[in-house]
Design a binder for this molecule. Structure first.
Ligand SMILES: NC(=O)c1ccc[n+]([C@@H]2O[C@H](COP(=O)([O-])OP(=O)(O)OC[C@H]3O[C@@H](n4cnc5c(N)ncnc54)[C@H](OP(=O)(O)O)[C@@H]3O)[C@@H](O)[C@H]2O)c1
Length: 107
């Protein structure tokens, strides 16, 4: 993917049915962007606890907004999010935005 392709391609919004993700998804859609909601209820489904399903959700995505659940500070979160980032980059995602609290060392 060319360096700036992520500016134009489809965007995956994880937690896209939640508090922050829904706002991000709505604004992107209003701006004319192609948005995929990352949700356990979506098809394909996205679940942090089921990494075997991540590849299908990442297919064709150029950028990802990440709102991790339950919280970046819980044990194992850094490993899980890092594994997801590696898979996203391998799938061709060119930009990742991670929601975090101010001063959160895990982020
Ligand atoms: N809100 C803030 O201002 C803020 C600021 C800094 C950090 N954070 C942190 O960012 C994270 C998300 O915040 P939020 O307020 O946007 O979230 P939220 O509204 O509480 O929930 C976001 C979504 O997470 C999904 N979810 C729950 N368990 C999941 C799982 N196992 N796999 C995949 N998705 C799952 C749910 O989607 P489905 O049920 O559709 O799957 C839910 O809609 C939290 O860890 C929060 O502590 C939030």
């Amino acid at each position: 993917m060319a360096n700036d392709q992520w500016l134009k391609g489809p965007i995956l919004v994880l937690g896209g049915a939640g508090k922050t993700g829904r706002l991000v998804a709505e604004r992107l859609a209003r701006a004319g962007r192609d948005v995929r909601i990352g949700s356990r209820q979506a098809q394909p489904a996205f679940d942090w606890e089921k990494p075997e399903g991540w590849a299908a959700v990442l297919t064709g995505m150029s950028a990802v907004y990440v709102a991790y659940q339950p919280d970046l500070a819980v044990p194992g979160a850094v490993e899980t999010v890092s594994a997801f980032f590696r898979e996203a980059i391998a799938a061709g995602v060119g930009m990742i935005v991670l929601l975090s609290g101010r001063g959160e060392p895990e982020a």
